[in-house]
Design a protein around this ligand. Structure first.
Ligand SMILES: NC(=O)c1ccc[n+]([C@@H]2O[C@H](COP(=O)([O-])OP(=O)(O)OC[C@H]3O[C@@H](n4cnc5c(N)ncnc54)[C@H](O)[C@@H]3O)[C@@H](O)[C@H]2O)c1
Length: 356
């Protein structure tokens, strides 16, 4: 088994990747260097974990002893940094949102095809006992056809959270609570329910003096004919995430853990006792599944060792970016937007207003 040497770029949530994965899976990964413009952040992590520290992204990705570059910088930096790290021959992991438009996703697909390394976007909610059991129950045909879903991302963010130059800034963050927070549960929803085909969205900025939306709702139709209602807000004093999905034979409901939607046990209810027994059996078999960054990075290691595609790929980020494209277009025009967009649709270049 190979131990892959990792460079982490950006030490906000990047520190979480280290705590949950890079520093706790020693046979699989070795944290080799951390990179941040903030000297306090990089020195404290380097001291705690005994790795190198740098403020120079280009120098870090040029190092021959690095196998994986884990990009955890603000959103607008993802595209150029992922392209550079792939060109440098590394495997690349990147936080969400992977890019700000479908055109940019295409650039990254091309960059990955041309590079020796692979690109894995971070969608850590998919990892955990609840998500794994649901996926298996659906894949085995026990649940039947999807009918309806509700996805809620109700969190609280105070003014101090936005006291960071990229947060709340449309061009740096690329979007508000739908892009930065609810992207995870919406990824999970379409991973389990199937692709989204039509979106009607509404959004508002009601809590802080920021450029991005902090309150949003959407009505979606899935390609299967199932329907969904989504809401997201960063002013909810009761902080929770919740995904409910009714299928023909089985209903699934997550816990309310705000930041670990994949965590079990989910409430999985079948109408008939035989299906219930099979669901319970699967849930028991999945109970010890590693969750969040631990689960995703372990699965990444397995994929690298097997020469298989990463457990989350650019196609998954493409679906998330397509949904956001449709959501923002719909919120701006107050018309339903259908997916996929045509090859010539100008919305493929993104949802930010044209620079003046
Ligand atoms: N998956 C998740 O659950 C999750 C959670 C939080 C944030 N995120 C995502 O992670 C990214 C970072 O968010 P955050 O909350 O950690 O932000 P943050 O501002 O706390 O941290 C970003 C860090 O990147 C550093 N940085 C900026 N430019 C750099 C450069 N050129 N080279 C090296 N370092 C640089 C900054 O100094 C800062 O320390 C965002 O895309 C965000 O959406 C994901």
């Amino acid at each position: 088994m190979k131990t892959y040497r990792v460079a982490v770029i950006g030490l906000g949530v990047g520190r979480g990747h280290i705590e949950e994965a890079w520093a706790t899976l020693p046979g699989q990964f070795e944290l080799t260097v951390v990179c941040d413009l903030d000297a306090g952040r990089r020195d404290s992590v380097a001291q705690e974990y005994g790795c190198d520290a740098s403020d120079d992204f280009d120098a870090v990705i040029a190092r021959e002893d690095i196998d994986i570059v884990d990009i955890c910088t603000p959103p607008a930096l993802h595209l150029p940094q992922v392209e550079s790290a792939l060109s440098a021959g590394k495997h690349v992991i990147c936080e969400k949102p992977l890019a700000g438009s479908l055109d940019e996703i295409e650039r990254l697909e091309l960059a990955e095809r041309r590079a020796p390394g692979v690109l894995m976007p971070v969608f850590q909610y998919r990892f955990g006992a609840g998500a794994k059991a649901a996926r298996r129950i659906i894949d085995e045909g026990i649940a039947g056809k999807p009918l309806v879903a509700t996805a809620e991302t109700h969190w609280f963010r105070d003014a101090a959270y936005f006291d960071n130059p990229w947060r709340g800034n449309l061009r740096a963050e690329l979007g508000g609570t739908m892009t930065t927070h609810a992207i995870h549960i919406h990824d999970m929803m379409s991973w389990l329910m199937g692709p989204v085909e039509a979106v009607f969205g509404r959004m508002a900025t009601r809590i802080h003096d920021i450029e991005t939306e902090d309150t949003a709702s959407a009505s979606v139709a899935f390609a299967s004919g199932a329907l969904g209602s989504l809401s997201a807000c960063t002013g909810s004093h009761d902080e929770f995430s919740r995904l409910f999905m009714a299928f023909e034979h089985v209903s699934f409901e997550t816990t309310r853990a705000p930041y670990a939607v994949g965590r079990g046990p989910w409430t999985i209810t079948a109408r008939d006792p035989e299906r219930q027994a099979r669901c319970d059996e699967i849930a028991r078999a999945c109970a010890d599944t590693p969750e969040r960054f631990t689960g995703q990075m372990m699965a990444f290691h397995d994929a690298l060792e097997a020469g298989a595609p990463p457990p989350v790929g650019v196609a998954d980020a493409r679906a998330a970016i397509a949904f956001l494209t449709a959501f923002y277009r719909s919120a701006a025009t107050q018309r339903q937007v259908t997916l996929p967009l045509s090859d010539t649709d100008p919305a493929r270049s993104g949802w930010l207003p044209a620079a003046s």
